[in-house]
Structures are given as structure tokens and as C-alpha cells.
Design a protein around this ligand. Structure first.
Ligand SMILES: *Cc1c(COP(=O)(O)O)cnc(C)c1O
Length: 339
């Protein structure tokens, strides 16, 4: 089966399994796991932030950022198709007691003026705006890269208003590699950032939340409250270190595979490309096949390809470490047969 549902399906590499087997560990709730401490220092350094925290998932990292920055009754600015708004079960409301102020974006970018207008003024009727969230790369826009200009303009507005900015950077390293920049070039325009170790970077479990010392201290306490304080977590951290030191540059291969898939799909009669992929996500419109998403996905599956439904008439394919270029050629063949 060629599994293009998500880059989360990657299995740990042999090297990761060996590092996991040999990891030096301690009780991380006491701050005594050397492998986790090493991972957190490395991550903070790469992301240009004072401190970092290993967390169980991207969702937990994002939610800790909200919990650490906001109080119940606050409002946070989120993009209308963002993961935090779209895919986290309204956790911002269920856990942090905040409501979303939704701003629509284009290719994942909110207009800076719209963000400025969304920030609440002081008025007894209004909630306080206490966080602005960006997403880079932007999942529902097909892994598009949010530009430095856009990030800087929003960050300037946020700073003027004394409101922190959080980046949901589940796939930030895809943007880093595709644009030949450093992670810190992006994260200079935020106060906190979450990155996933378990997507294109190949680890079995985990994300990183990075930010200033005070914010990470609060997030650490919230992580414990949520039951996310882990003990010999170095078992997982050992793999995370390999993700950050050896799996970043290879994301480029995933982008090449996504482009190849997109080019082939562009030439197929009956389906069309929604986006020219900038990173590892390809979104395809299948409306002209007159098949439902479920039918289309079922036929793909019968022939050996897995993908996911991404809204009315839309299918998402995601490339990753565990599909090679031969698999992509085979997938192209199967997709064209189904079409
Ligand atoms: C996958 C993803 C997350 C959440 O990660 P989980 O580890 O699945 O909780 C958050 N944001 C974006 C943009 C994602 O793609």
C-alpha cells in the first residue's frame, strides 16, 4: 500500500530505533532526563528561543501556548482554515476558555490590516485579545509557505499592541528547507512556536514548544495539569534528536516527490491541481470525475493508494520519508487509472 494520507504515517528509522534502545534516561518530571534536556536545548537553539519543551503532540503544543498566554474570557486571533481552529476539537474553548476571532486568509496568509482590525480595543463589552496565531507551512492551503513579509507585518502589529504571536509550525521545517533559510529566520517573528517531530521528521511521537523562559515555565505546568508530564521520556527524545539533526535537510526529497506527483496530475484529463505544491502537500479537485470523495478514495485504495478527503470534491496527497520515487510513479499510474 502506498500511503499518502499524511506524513504522520512515517515509521521510525533503524537509526531512531537504535537510539531509542540505547537512550540514557531519567525522570523528566524531576527534570532529570538527560536525553530530553539535550533535545530541548537543541530545539531551543535551532528555533532561536530561550527555552523549549517536549510535548506529546502538535495539538498539545499549540494548546499549551494558548493556556500559557491566555485567561478564560479572552479572545485569540486565528486564521479561518488553521489547524488550531479547524482540527483541534475546539480545545481553545474547552481547555483555555477563550473564543476564536476568525480572520480569513489567502494561501494561509492573513492580511495584516485584517489582523489589526481584529484586535479588540478597551471596552467593557469586549473580550481582551491575548494571542495571535499563525500557521507555517499552512496545511489546508496545501502546505503553502507564509512569507517573511507577511509574518513581519503581523508581528509588528502584534508588538505595537503588546500581544504575543504563536506559530503553529507543525511543518515549519518544510518551509525552512524549501526556502533555504534558517528556522530562526522565521521564528524571529513570533514569541512561541510549535514544531512536530512526528511528521516529515520521522519520529514516532512528539512535538516541541519553544518560547521565552517564563512562557515555557507556564507551559510546563499546564502540560503537567493535562497529564502530559512524562517520566523516562528520553526513550522518545532520542528519536527527536535524530529528527532535528538528520531529518531536516532530507525534507527536500519530499518536496521533489510532491512536485513530480503534482506535475503528473496536472496533465491528467478530469482532475485538476488546486495548488502548485511549495512543500509536501498536493491538493486535487476531483469534481469532474463525478465521483464522491468516498468513491474516489475507495477505488484508489483497492488499487493500492491511500489519500484523504479534504473538503467537498478535494483530495489531499502528502509525501514523506516512507514513500520513494518508485512509489510515486506507481501512485501516478494508479491515480490515472481511477480517473
Ligand atoms: C498535524 C498538525 C498539527 C497537530 O499535530 P498532532 O501531533 O497531530 O496533534 C498542528 N498543526 C498543523 C498545521 C498540523 O498539520
Amino acid at each position: 500500500m502506498i500511503d499518502l494520507r499524511s506524513d504522520t504515517v512515517t515509521k521510525p528509522t533503524q537509526k531512531m530505533r537504535k537510539a531509542i534502545f540505547e537512550a540514557t534516561v531519567g525522570d523528566d518530571v524531576y527534570g532529570e532526563d538527560p536525553t530530553i534536556n539535550k533535545l530541548e536545548e537543541l530545539a531551543a537553539d535551532m528555533l532561536g528561543k530561550e527555552n523549549a519543551l517536549f510535548v506529546t503532540s502538535g495539538t498539545q503544543g499549540n494548546q499549551l501556548a494558548v493556556l500559557a498566554n491566555c485567561s478564560p474570557g479572552d479572545e485569540i486571533v486565528v486564521e479561518s482554515e488553521s489547524h488550531i481552529f479547524f482540527y483541534e476539537g475546539a480545545a481553545i474553548s474547552a481547555l483555555a476558555g477563550v473564543q476564536p476571532r476568525v480572520v480569513s486568509g489567502q494561501n494561509g496568509e492573513m492580511k495584516p490590516l485584517d489582523v489589526r482590525n481584529a484586535i479588540r480595543s478597551q471596552d467593557i463589552h469586549f473580550p481582551d485579545t491575548s494571542l495571535i496565531c499563525l500557521e507555517n507551512t499552512h496545511n489546508r492551503s496545501g502546505g503553502s509557505i507564509v512569507s517573511f513579509d507577511n509574518m513581519k507585518a503581523i508581528y509588528d502589529i502584534a508588538q505595537t499592541a503588546s500581544i504575543p504571536v504563536h506559530i503553529d509550525g507543525a511543518r515549519l521545517f518544510n518551509a525552512v528547507v524549501a526556502s533555504h533559510k534558517k528556522a530562526a529566520d522565521y521564528t524571529q517573528y513570533c514569541d512561541s512556536v510549535q514544531i512536530c517531530l512526528s511528521k516529515g521528521l520521522g519520529s514516532p511521537v512528539g512535538s516541541i514548544l519553544a518560547g521565552n523562559k517564563q512562557m515555557i515555565q507556564k507551559a510546563r505546568k499546564w502540560r503537567k495539569r493535562l497529564g502530559g508530564g512524562l517520566r523516562q521520556a528520553g526513550i522518545l527524545g532520542a528519536s527527536g534528536i535524530i529528527s532535528l539533526t538528520e531529518m531536516v535537510d532530507r525534507l527536500q526529497e519530499d518536496h521533489v516527490k510532491a512536485l513530480r506527483l503534482a506535475d503528473a496530475i496536472e496533465n491528467m484529463e478530469g482532475i485538476s491541481l488546486v495548488n502548485k505544491p511549495e512543500t509536501n502537500i498536493v491538493i486535487v479537485n476531483i469534481e469532474k470525475t463525478h465521483k464522491s470523495n468516498e468513491e474516489f478514495l475507495e477505488e484508489l485504495k483497492k488499487k493500492g493508494v491511500l489519500a484523504v478527503s479534504f473538503g467537498e470534491g478535494l483530495i489531499r496527497f502528502t509525501t514523506h520519508y516512507d514513500v520513494d520515487s518508485n512509489d510515486i510513479e506507481q501512485a501516478i499510474d494508479i491515480i490515472s487509472k481511477v480517473v
